[in-house]
Design a protein around this ligand. Structure first.
Ligand SMILES: [Fe+2]
Ligand SMILES: [Fe+2]
Length: 295
């Protein structure tokens, strides 16, 4: 397989109609739901969500699910928001919006979103432990960090399928095989997508540098948080749908050192406790995804 140049990708990104557009509802809803609980206008949020039929159906489905519901059937977004709570509503809205852009194909989209959601939850947890200023920023960064993978599925589906097959069969990191096979990795295409979508700079940086934290300049701590969350997911069975044969000692990772420098608590973190917390996320994410994908 010949290497693909960045400019070639850029041309494809700019010229391709299928490149997903940012779901229009996402930013206004996040804008509402990112406020302090007392400032959230539930009525306005419910109205925004109600404009999107698919999203409304997902939210109602979640609120009526025995896993998340309170045993009472709800039929409006407002009632669903009260049942689910603001925090879970935000998680569901964000995930549903982004999942709408999943390409159709044989790739296991549920696995991709399992990884992304787990990464979002763990990033938020790490951010909280670290007293990072904006924990929702960490959640969003974790959720979108690998969107370049979706771009590759859309722009170069055949090449991507081949790369994925090689990576899964050899249990190697996807990124390594991407670079080996087509000379470019999902961080580069993620960055192109974030430019196309005019995403916040801090999200662009995470999408571009989450495997290369040394080169993050805008918000290295956030990029380090997502890097560690990504590693934790991939070593806890929440990778891309196959088991990677990688050995990771977190404390030796550059990103861990960035985090530890920021928060002395991390130097003495009880890893056993931390791992148990991660395991609870694994269950939460699997449940959420199984409900969202109805599997
Ligand atoms: Fe990645
Ligand atoms: Fe990842």
């Amino acid at each position: 397989m010949s290497a693909l140049s960045i400019s070639d990708f850029q041309r494809r990104v700019e010229g391709l109609r299928e490149l997903p557009s940012l779901p229009a509802i996402l930013l206004p809803v996040l804008n509402q739901l990112s406020r302090d609980a007392d400032d959230i206008d539930l009525q306005k949020t419910a109205q925004l969500v109600s404009h999107d039929g698919a999203l409304t159906a997902q939210v109602l489905h979640m609120a009526n699910s025995p896993l998340f519901g309170m045993g009472q059937r709800v039929s409006t977004v407002r009632a669903a928001a009260l049942t689910l709570g603001i925090s879970r509503l935000r998680d569901i809205v964000t995930a549903c919006c982004l999942m709408q852009i999943s390409p159709k194909g044989d790739y296991n989209a549920a696995s991709f979103w399992e990884h992304s959601l787990a990464c979002a939850l763990i990033s938020r947890n790490l951010a909280r432990k670290l007293n990072y200023g904006d924990i929702e920023r960490a959640y969003l960064a974790g959720l979108v960090h690998d969107l370049g993978i979706l771009v590759n599925m859309l722009l170069i589906p055949k090449e991507f399928a081949r790369v994925f097959k090689i990576a899964a069969e050899s249990q190697r990191p996807l990124r390594e095989v991407e670079i080996e096979q087509y000379g470019i990795s999902h961080e580069v295409t993620g960055d192109l997508l974030s430019t196309h979508w005019h995403l916040f700079d801090y999200l662009s940086e995470v999408m571009r540098r989450h495997h290369d934290v040394e080169r993050a300049t805008l918000d290295p701590v956030l990029t380090a948080i997502v890097n560690i969350a990504d590693l934790l997911c991939r070593t806890s069975g929440l990778g891309y749908g196959y088991l990677e044969n990688i050995q990771v000692t977190l404390q030796e990772e550059y990103a861990w050192k960035v985090i530890a420098a920021q928060s002395p608590r991390f130097r003495t973190l009880d890893m056993a406790c931390f791992t148990m917390e991660i395991e609870s996320y694994v269950k939460e994410v699997r449940t959420l995804i199984s409900v969202l994908f109805r599997i």
